[in-house]
Design a protein around this ligand. Structure first.
Ligand code: DAH
Length: 382
C-alpha cells in the first residue's frame, strides 16, 4: 500500500490483498477458513469492503466531488466517500497505529474541505439562480390598496369626545337596549308622554325597548357612583320615524351630565360654548331659548351661531343666523330624588345633541340619509 497505507496493520494488509484480487468479502472469509478461527480478521475484512489505496481513493473522491452539480449529488458523494459506511471510515475504525491513522485523517480532512468548498459553490450558484429567476421587477406599478377613512359621524364624535376630555369629563359607553324604567320613569316622563307609545318607540316587549335618547345614561351614572359627576355618553338612539332627508330612525347623540355643588346655568352655557367652538370654530356664539324637557328645570334649547354664514343668515339657518343644537337644562329635583340624591345638596345640568346633525354642519352635508347608506362615493370624501 502506498502513502496512506498502514504498514504493520495486518488486518488492512490482508483485506487489501484479499479484495484487490477481486474477491468479495464472503469469498475472502471462506478462503480464510472457519469464521470462528480468525474472527478478528474476518470482521476487519467485512468492514474493509475495498482496497484502501488512500491516494487512489482521494483522487477518485475529489473527482466525484468536483463533478457534483447539485446539492443532492454532492450529498451522495459525501455519503459514499465520507459517510459512516464509507471505505475511509471503515479503514479509520480499523486503524491500529498512529502514522496510518494520521494519514487517513489527513485524507478525510482534505475530502471534507473539498466537500465544504463545493457545497459553498453550489449554494452560491443556487442563490444566484434563484435571485435571477425570482427577481421582482420593482419598476412595475404596484397594486393600489386604498386606505379606509373614518365615518363622518365617528369623526365628529371624536371631536366632541376630545372637547369633553379636555374639560375633565369621563366618557361613558352605555346600553342601547333599555327599560321603560330607565328610558322614561327615572327621567320623570309623565305617564301619558307620547314617546312612551309603541308608535314612537321600538319596543322589544312590554318592558324593554331600544333607547330613544342617551339620557338614561344620566340615571345609570348617578346610580353607579356619588357626585361630583362630569360625564358624557355617546352612542346610538332609535326612534320610529319615517326616513326623510332630515330624519332617520337610527342616529347618534352625545349626552352630558354634571352634578356637583353650586352648579348654575352659566356653567352649562360655558360648557356648551366650549364644545360648540370645538365643533364649529372659535368664532361661534351660543344662545339659550326656553323649552321643556321632563327631566330638567329650567329646560332650554341651545342655539349656536350659524357656522355656514357666521350668523349673517342663510338657507341652512333659515335666515335666522342661529341653529338649534339639541336640548339641555338644570337637572330636575325629581330626577335627583329618583336616584337617591338630595336635591337640596346637589345641583347639576344636562344636555343632549345629535351627532349626525353636528357632522352635517361641520362638513356641509345637506341630508342625514347618506350617513346610513354605506355609499363609498360619500364615505370616501372624509
Ligand atoms: N334627550 C333629549 C332629546 O333626545 C335631549 C336632551 C334634552 C338631553 C335635555 C338632555 C337634556 O340631557 O337635559 O331630545
Amino acid at each position: 500500500m502506498a502513502a496512506a497505507a498502514m504498514p504493520g496493520d495486518s488486518h488492512l494488509a490482508v483485506a487489501a490483498a484479499a479484495t484487490s484480487g477481486g474477491q468479495s468479502p464472503g469469498r475472502v472469509r471462506a478462503g480464510l477458513g472457519p469464521a470462528g478461527r480468525v474472527r478478528g480478521l474476518t470482521r476487519a475484512v467485512r468492514r474493509q469492503n475495498a482496497p484502501m489505496d488512500a491516494q487512489a481513493y482521494e483522487s477518485e473522491a475529489l473527482a466525484a466531488i468536483e463533478g457534483a452539480v447539485t446539492a443532492e449529488q454532492l450529498d451522495e458523494v459525501r455519503v459514499r466517500y465520507l459517510g459512516r459506511k464509507s471505505e475511509l471510515k471503515q479503514a479509520l475504525r480499523g486503524v491500529r497505529d498512529r502514522d496510518s491513522g494520521m494519514a487517513l485523517n489527513a485524507t478525510r480532512e482534505r475530502l471534507e474541505a473539498a466537500v465544504d468548498s463545493k457545497d459553498a459553490e453550489i449554494s452560491a450558484g443556487e442563490l444566484e439562480r434563484a435571485l435571477a429567476q425570482e427577481a421582482i421587477d420593482v419598476t412595475l406599478p404596484g397594486e393600489e390598496r386604498r386606505l379606509g377613512t373614518l365615518h363622518p359621524a365617528t369623526l365628529t364624535r371624536r371631536v366632541a369626545e376630545d372637547a369633553f376630555l379636555g374639560l375633565g369629563y369621563e366618557i361613558v359607553d352605555d346600553r342601547e337596549v333599555e327599560t321603560v324604567h330607565y328610558n322614561f320613569d327615572q327621567l320623570a316622563f309623565p305617564p301619558a308622554h307620547p314617546t312612551r307609545s309603541p308608535r314612537d318607540t321600538f319596543f322589544l316587549d312590554d318592558e324593554r325597548l331600544l333607547r330613544t335618547e342617551t339620557s338614561p345614561s344620566q340615571i345609570h351614572t348617578m346610580e353607579a357612583k356619588p357626585p361630583p359627576i362630569y360625564m358624557v355618553s355617546l352612542g346610538r338612539v332609535y326612534r320610529r320615524d319615517e326616513i326623510t332627508p332630515t330624519r332617520f330612525p337610527i342616529f347618534h347623540q352625545f349626552e352630558g351630565l354634571a352634578v356637583d355643588r353650586h352648579i348654575t346655568l352659566a356653567d352649562l352655557k360655558g360648557t356648551l360654548l366650549h364644545v360648540m367652538r370645538a365643533l364649529y370654530g372659535e368664532e361661534r356664539q351660543v344662545r339659550f331659548r326656553t323649552h321643556y324637557f321632563p327631566f330638567t328645570e329650567p329646560s332650554i334649547e341651545p342655539d349656536v351661531s350659524c357656522p355656514i354664514c357666521a350668523g349673517e343668515g342663510c338657507r341652512t339657518c333659515k335666515h335666522t343666523g342661529w341653529i338649534e343644537m339639541g336640548g339641555a337644562g338644570m337637572v330636575d329635583p325629581q330626577v335627583f330624588v329618583n336616584v337617591g340624591l338630595d336635591p337640596e345638596e346637589w345641583t347639576g345640568f344636562a344636555f343632549g345633541c345629535g351627532i349626525e346633525r353636528a357632522a352635517q354642519l361641520r362638513h356641509g352635508i345637506p341630508e342625514i340619509r347618506p350617513f346610513w347608506e354605506n355609499d363609498l362615493r360619500f364615505l370616501r370624501q372624509f
